[in-house]
Each structure stands twice: as C-alpha cells, then as structure tokens.
Design a protein around this ligand. Structure first.
Ligand code: ADP
Ligand code: MG
Length: 330
C-alpha cells in the first residue's frame, strides 16, 4: 500500500519543552490511524505539524513522496475536523459543506454537497444554519465538509469529545462508516482508549511528545512495549515472577518468557488473565460489581492482584493464569 503521509524526525518545542519530540509516523491511504495519548502529550501539536498549522523546528513531512514541510495548510490537500466543529455559523449547512468547492461548476458542486448531506442523513437540512442543528449533527456536517474536496488525508482532533456521551457512540459509528468509504489516509487523535481501539486499523501510542508503540489495537493491547504503553490501553496489573529457562513463574501460574534472562522479572496481567478453574487457591477480597463483571482482589501468599470475573466470587477461588492475557515485561 502506498504511504500517503510520512512524518520523520518531527520536533516542535515551546520554550525548552519539546511538545513533539522527534516523531516518525506514517499514515497510509485507506487506513485509519488513531493517535492515543494522555492530555498534554503532544497529539494536537503533531496533528497541527502535519496540517501545516504549526511550523516544525526539525524534521519533515512528505505527502505521496513530495516534501510538503514548508507548504501552507491550504495547499496540502488535507481535510480537518476539530472538537468544536468550527462550522461557519453565518453560512447555511450546504454552504458550509460546499465552502471549499468554489472551483467546481455549480451543478457539480450542488450534487456533491447533496450527496454528502444525504450520507449523513441531513439531506433535508441543507438550508438550516449550524446553530439550528444538534451537536451530533454539526459534527457530522464538519466531517463531510472536511471530505468534500476529496482530500488525500483527513485529520481529526478529538472529534467526539465535545459530544454528550449518549451521542458519542452513534456519531462515532456514523463517522467510521463514512471514513471507511474514503480512500484517504485518516488520522484520529483521541485520549480515549476504547474509542481508539474501536476506530483504528493502526494505533500509535504517544506519551511525553514521543511515539511509544505502533501496531494494530490487538498487538498493542496484548504485546505492549512497556507498562506505560499497556496502561494507555486499559487496566494492567503487575506481579513479580522468576524466570528460568524461558518461562516466568508467578504464584498464579507461568507465562512464556522467550529470550528473557533468568532471574527476577515483572509480569503484566490484563484484567481477564486470571480465570476461575483448576489452578491455585486464592483468597478473595473487595469483590465489587462493576457492570459487566465483578472485580476482586485475589491473593496467593504475599502476592495480591486485581481480576475481572464473570461471576460473583466467594471468599476463596481456584484460578489459573491465561498466558494469552499476560506478558513478561522487558
Ligand atoms: P494534547 O493534544 O496531547 O493534549 P498538545 O499538543 O495540545 O497536547 O500540547 C502538548 C504540550 O505543548 C502541552 O504541554 C501544551 O501545554 C504545550 N503547548 C501546546 N501548544 C502550545 C503553544 N501554542 N504554546 C505553548 N505551549 C503549547
Ligand atoms: Mg489536543
């Protein structure tokens, strides 16, 4: 597949703090990349560097092999969507969507706008003003406005975080369906792990201005490069282990540890790593119902960890360790 956007060595400092610190990132045509990281880690800055809204201190940005590092934003052929929609309030919805299509003949422009509004089920609302639409509708308009020129790249910065939670999943689904139809390279910035995993073909995990890991959601979740990376994607517990001949032994069971030196190590457990069944007897404390499961603290000897269980546990529980949900940390 062709690499549409290649960012290499991108760096941007404010004062002496590097908001984006020597980042490499590739966005591929037809794929959705989610950039996930905590607030303040540099996600928006990186997006603005790609869009040309912010100059790079070092590094470069290529689009389809061409250096666009110094090209102004309007010449980059990128569609942008921000959290606050940023629709023009004084323009009607259809004029918002058609805003960047001035070079097209009127008939063609109208047809494309009608098609886009139809796809977001707002075909009847073209003559409304943005303020007359709900937040979810405005965000869908902002999305199709960004797609109207059929840009090779679409960049979305926390596109759902301004929406009420009951609207979020619906607008997210609608957005995903439309993005899947385009062959643009798509970058979605978010601090929400579930959202990132739901949307991403490729994930990029960012902390402190750096990309820690890239990969599919599944690979990043199950094979995190560090505990920090693991915790970006969800709960992770750590217990101690003793490695011998490529196997890490914990009080709950063993985990393959190929290539790890013998001696003390740490094992990361996802919440579903401890499974009721034949294994070791654990003491159960602090069992709580958390919606789809029970969470409880399980203790064997001196070692305690938290687990998610399908059924309410008693005070003792026999569990085994599912190595598929556990990893020895480097
Ligand atoms: P994120 O989008 O991940 O929340 P940002 O890219 O907005 O993070 O910000 C990264 C860091 O850069 C933060 O520490 C932020 O305060 C700082 N920063 C961002 N923009 C500016 C700016 N224009 N001037 C000074 N500092 C900035
Ligand atoms: Mg941001």
């Amino acid at each position: 597949m062709t690499a549409t956007i290649e960012v290499s060595g991108a760096t941007r400092a404010y004062g002496d703090k590097r908001a984006v610190d020597y980042v490499d990132l590739t966005l591929e045509a037809g794929r959705i990349t989610c950039l996930l990281g905590p607030s303040g880690c540099g996600k928006s800055t990186l997006l603005r560097l790609i869009a040309g809204l912010e100059p790079l201190d070092e590094g470069r940005v290529l689009a389809n092999g061409q250096d666009i590092t110094h090209l102004p934003p309007e010449q980059r052929d990128m569609g942008l969507v921000f959290q606050d929609y940023a629709l023009f309030p004084h323009l009607r919805v259809d004029d918002n969507v058609g805003f960047g299509l001035g070079s097209l003949p009127t008939v063609e422009r109208r047809a494309r706008v009608a098609d886009l509004l139809g796809r977001i089920r707002l075909g009847e609302r073209g003559r409304a003003f943005p303020g007359e639409l709900s937040g979810g509708e405005q965000q869908r308009v902002a999305l199709v406005r960004a797609l109207a020129r059929r840009p090779h790249t679409v960049l979305l910065d926390e596109p759902f975080s301004g929406l009420d939670s009951h609207l979020k999943s619906e607008v997210r689904e609608a957005t995903l369906a439309i993005l899947r139809e385009t062959d643009a390279a798509v970058l979605v910035v978010t601090h929400d792990a579930e959202e990132a995993m739901q949307m991403a073909d490729d994930l990029a995990l960012m902390i402190d201005g750096r990309i820690l890991q890239r990969g599919t959601p599944q690979a990043c979740y199950l094979d995190p490069v560090s505990l920090e990376a693991a915790r970006l994607l969800g709960e992770a517990q750590v217990i101690s282990a003793e490695v011998s001949a490529g196997v890490a032994q914990t009080v709950f069971g063993s985990v393959p540890a190929p290539g790890h030196p013998d001696g003390g190590a740490q094992v990361m457990l996802r919440p579903n790593a401890l499974v009721p069944g034949p294994g070791v007897e654990a003491d159960v404390s602090e069992a709580r119902f958390v919606g789809q499961a029970w969470r409880a603290t399980l203790t064997v000897g001196e070692v305690s960890t938290q687990a998610r269980l399908a059924h309410q546990p008693g005070s003792r529980l026999s569990v085994s360790l599912d190595p598929a949900a556990a990893r020895v940390l480097a």
